[in-house]
Design a binder for this molecule. Structure first.
Ligand SMILES: [Fe+2]
Length: 554
């Protein structure tokens, strides 16, 4: 194992690699990874559950929880949220409630699936629709809205033909097995998130290249490969044919001290690998690192960046590559989990590495993490018992509830690098997802986070609140700001030097009965609604977004 596992970009050009995009290739192992096994120390701490589950004195009553007898009707109504967006607009938004703060200046970018159908063909899974960027610019209390689809080559080709031409993460091509057999080109949906870094706006999708987007017009500029660093070099012809691109996940994390962006991708092949990237503040990719993943390709969606480490939780939830390639299943349908297998935690120091193990579980999204001492790392994440996203079928309204049946719970992992052990604490019984934090505190000790959530015991089919999370106590405080679907709350600091959590939350919410999407601004501490603006059309619930205060910021 090299002393530092990081390989400079120019040092890895001549190495054979295995790439992603759900394709197999045979290759050599490149860089030694860090491996080892560590026993689990302590699992759950019940006392935290009691503290977090105190519902009686919560400040807001549950006004919109669904009753069993109207659940189906409400589901049908909520399903309208997934109707395709047909217009690309550029308009000032009328403010319907309150006033947006004068100090709130900048741009909120959000990404999500703007259309879950192509011609007469419908996508099965909410992850599959074509990416649409929403841009909200704030200036002196006024809000301007613009939305544009990401013009991927796949979308353009499908629009020309008026039908689905590519397999997707959760959808097979119409026509059954024969139409999917060995079809190895998957659609880059460009729909999951956006990031502003190095003076560049990128639309992200975890299975392929990012797309560069013009930040004002939202025009799609190019498939972006960091000067060729996300493409194979000097590979065999076969490998280049079937694995033409590296994946660049939708969850990059930016170090607030150095301005470096870290990201990753998972590479399928005879020897699956994790590839980790470092991009400097000017947007130049400086380092890549390849870490073998023995035992199959895990489904990894997010990671944690601390001041000294990158931490990956690798669950025993894995892709069935052969089944996918044979056209018997979409990638997400081919995901399987082994309840007897252990989740591995891979800790990658910025200058070294050390792996540890913990009990099985699946974390789709992390909140944040930090070093609490020289030998201890604390992570906060939304932990599920496993991942069963394959059960969602967008053609069946009732199946939408399966999206929220997993009940991810706020969990703290304390990793001891000294004893190589993991302590796992469930902090609350209230299910939550799409957690966000004050990005100035990425990798540093932190107290606050926000998420979409619902109270334990709620019968709502989806998360129905925007919640503030106090990570010191594990307590979630809920705000019922949308009758049906609240979106990911993006935190905006009141000023560059404001205290942690002092600022606003921006979220796009959906009210099913009125079929209306709204932009909502909340006080991030009190969760009081400060302002709302009604969008001129309903927008399907998106995934992730970013607020850009200064165009020059990393
Ligand atoms: Fe995500």
């Amino acid at each position: 194992m090299p002393e530092s596992g990081w390989a400079r970009v120019d040092e890895v050009q001549d190495r054979k690699l295995v790439l992603s995009n759900l394709v197999v290739a045979s290759v050599d192992v490149l860089v030694e990874a860090v491996a080892g096994e560590i026993p689990v120390a302590t699992p759950h701490h019940a006392e935290w559950l009691e503290e977090g589950a105190d519902v009686a004195d919560r400040p807001r009553a549950r006004e919109h929880s669904l009753q069993a007898d109207d659940t189906q009707a409400r589901l049908a109504s909520i399903a309208r949220a997934y109707s395709p967006v047909t217009a690309e607009l550029d308009v000032a938004l009328p403010v319907s409630t309150g006033a947006f703060p004068d100090e709130l200046r900048g741009v909120l970018y959000r990404n999500g699936a703007g259309s879950l159908e192509m011609g007469r063909d419908k996508y099965m899974h909410p992850f599959d629709g074509d990416g649409m960027i929403s841009r909200f610019s704030f200036d002196a209390g006024e809000v301007h809205y613009k939305n544009r689809f990401v013009q991927t080559r796949e979308r353009k080709a499908e629009l020309r033909e008026g039908r689905m031409l590519y397999r997707s993460f959760g959808t097979r091509l119409p026509g059954g097995f024969r139409n999917n057999l060995l079809r190895m080109r998957f659609k880059n949906a460009a729909n999951t998130s956006v990031v502003w870094h190095g003076g560049r706006l990128l639309a992200l999708w975890e299975g392929g290249l990012p797309h560069a987007i013009e930040p004002t017009t939202l025009a799609t500029l190019s498939r972006f490969d960091f000067d060729g660093q996300l493409r194979p070099h000097r590979w065999s012809l076969l490998t280049r044919l079937i694995t033409p691109e590296f994946p660049f996940s939708a969850h990059p994390r930016i170090c607030p001290d150095t301005g470096d962006l870290y990201n990753f991708g998972t590479l399928i092949g005879a020897d699956p690998k994790l590839v980790i990237y470092r991009v400097d503040p000017r947007g130049v990719m400086r380092e890549r690192r390849f870490i073998p993943l023995p035992g199959g390709l895990p489904f990894v969606h997010d990671f944690v960046l601390t001041q000294k480490h990158l931490v990956f939780v690798l669950p025993p939830v894995k892709f069935g590559v052969a089944k996918t390639l044979l056209g018997l299943a979409s990638p997400i349908e081919a995901i399987g989990s082994d309840p007897d297998a252990r989740t591995r935690i891979l800790v990658v120091p910025r200058n070294g590495s050390a792996p540890i193990w913990l009990e099985p579980g699946f974390v789709f999204h992390f909140v944040n993490g930090y070093e609490s001492s020289d030998h201890e790392i604390v992570l906060h994440g939304a932990r599920m018992p496993t991942f069963r996203g394959e059960q969602i079928d967008m053609r069946d309204v009732a199946s939408l509830t399966k999206a929220s049946s997993l009940d991810a719970l706020l969990t703290r992992y304390t990793l001891s690098l000294k004893s190589r052990s993991v302590q796992e604490e469930q902090l609350s019984n209230d299910p939550m997802e799409l957690p966000t934090h004050d990005l100035r505190f990425t990798g540093k000790p932190h107290r606050y986070a926000w998420a979409i959530a619902r109270e334990a015991g709620s019968r709502a089919p989806f998360h129905e609140t925007i919640a503030k999370i106090d990570l010191h106590s594990g307590r979630l405080t809920h705000a019922y700001v949308a009758p049906d679907l609240p979106g990911e709350p993006v935190f905006v600091a009141r000023s560059d030097d404001a205290e942690e959590g002092d600022g606003w939350l921006l979220a796009v919410t959906y009210a099913a009965e009125a079929n209306v999407s709204e932009l909502v601004c909340l006080d991030a501490q009190s969760l009081d609604v400060i302002a709302k603006a009604v969008l001129p059309h309903a927008v399907p619930p998106g995934f992730h977004g970013r607020f850009v205060r200064h165009q020059g910021q990393p």
